[in-house]
Write a protein that binds this ligand. Structure first.
Ligand code: ZN
Length: 339
């Protein structure tokens, strides 16, 4: 009951990359960088296991950013000439590469870290990929001229990598789609279909993570503008409930999402965010167990998976470590309470 996991990312150690940044610069290059990424991956697998998490991830230690880490292995993208673009419905600006030719994978994208992680943990392994809609919102298009067409082109590439990750022994493949919360109508109209294309043929567990973003200032300000009730999920959950995706990861703790919206995910496993990634304050096990208790009014207990609201990448490393422990201890308390 209540298997625990994180959304996906964890802070990079200071010897691997700049800290507390969404697009950090690496500290090394070539073989030295490859070794540093591997060391950081092993470190976080051990830390997640020691904290008591049931499902572990590679902590996204091998990618600079959760979207661009994938794009770096795609032909047809010009990384030399990045342009400034407003992303997530213009919530904030990012320097993004440009699509300039037909998209094609250069080869495997995440084989190195996925196989490394698989070789070093017996726990369930979750691996994250950006979702098609979030990718096209984080890259400039100079070639396709049609966002839906480009999203499906990316979905095909994601599918190739996802099938290969499954063959590497990954148990859960999660697509991150924060863009769903920025373009709810598009998400319901074609975003979920593009997601299903990316997950086509997978027999491992499939998941989607939809959040209100990392705990960066632009997101904190945006959340303040969303009013007392955040009802974005209401527009996208029915399409997801009707989809083939098995698990949905959502924000809960400290959010203004009405918890009864979780009822719209009937039949899905629900990864309930019980850890706030926008605050350095460490949750107590009691607070985590309380959030789980509240979610249980709307999600059956065999379908409730306690999780973090979003990735922990830009956080302080010690804070992230303590939040992992709070997550595991809170879930344990909830197990005793609701057994
Ligand atoms: Zn997120």
């Amino acid at each position: 009951m209540f298997p625990t996991s994180i959304a996906g990312s964890l802070p990079k150690p200071a010897w691997l990359a700049e800290t507390k940044k969404l697009w950090p610069q690496w500290r090394a290059q070539g073989d030295e960088l490859r070794q540093a990424k591997a060391d950081a991956t092993l470190l976080w697998i051990k830390a997640q296991e020691d904290a008591g998490l049931d499902i572990v991830t590679d902590g996204e230690q091998s990618r600079q950013h959760f979207v661009h880490g994938f794009l770096e292995q795609v032909d047809g993208i010009d990384f030399e000439h990045k342009v400034k673009m407003g992303i997530r419905d213009n919530r904030y600006d990012a320097m993004v590469p440009q699509v300039v030719a037909p998209l094609k994978l250069k080869g495997r994208v995440h084989a190195f870290e996925a196989q490394l992680a698989r070789a070093h943990t017996k726990r369930k392994l979750k691996f994250t990929l950006p979702g098609p809609m979030t990718i096209i919102d984080t890259v400039a298009d100079q070639f396709y001229g049609d966002k839906v067409k480009m999203a499906f082109a990316f979905a095909e590439l994601l599918n190739q990598e996802a099938l290969a990750l499954q063959a590497d022994g990954v148990d859960i493949i999660q697509f991150d789609e924060p863009a769903f919360n920025a373009y709810m109508k598009d998400a319901a109209d074609w975003g979920v279909k593009a997601l299903e294309r990316a997950a086509q043929g997978l027999t491992c567990t499939t998941a989607v993570h939809i959040c209100y973003g990392y705990g960066i200032q632009a997101n904190v300000d945006w959340k303040k503008s969303l009013g007392e009730e955040w009802r974005q999920y209401e527009q996208i959950f029915p399409a997801l409930a009707a989809s083939s995706i098995k698990q949905v990861s959502l924000e809960c703790y400290h959010s203004h999402v009405p918890p009864d919206l979780m009822k719209l995910l009937d039949g899905k496993d629900v990864m309930v965010g019980v850890i706030d990634v926008a605050s350095d304050e460490i949750e107590t096990p009691e607070q985590v167990a309380e959030t789980i208790g509240r979610a249980l009014q709307f999600v059956p207990k065999q379908r409730l998976f306690p999780c973090t609201n979003c990735g922990l990448a830009p956080m302080d490393r010690d804070v992230a470590m303590k939040k992992l422990q709070a997550l595991a201890q809170g879930a344990e308390l909830a197990r005793r309470r609701h057994a």
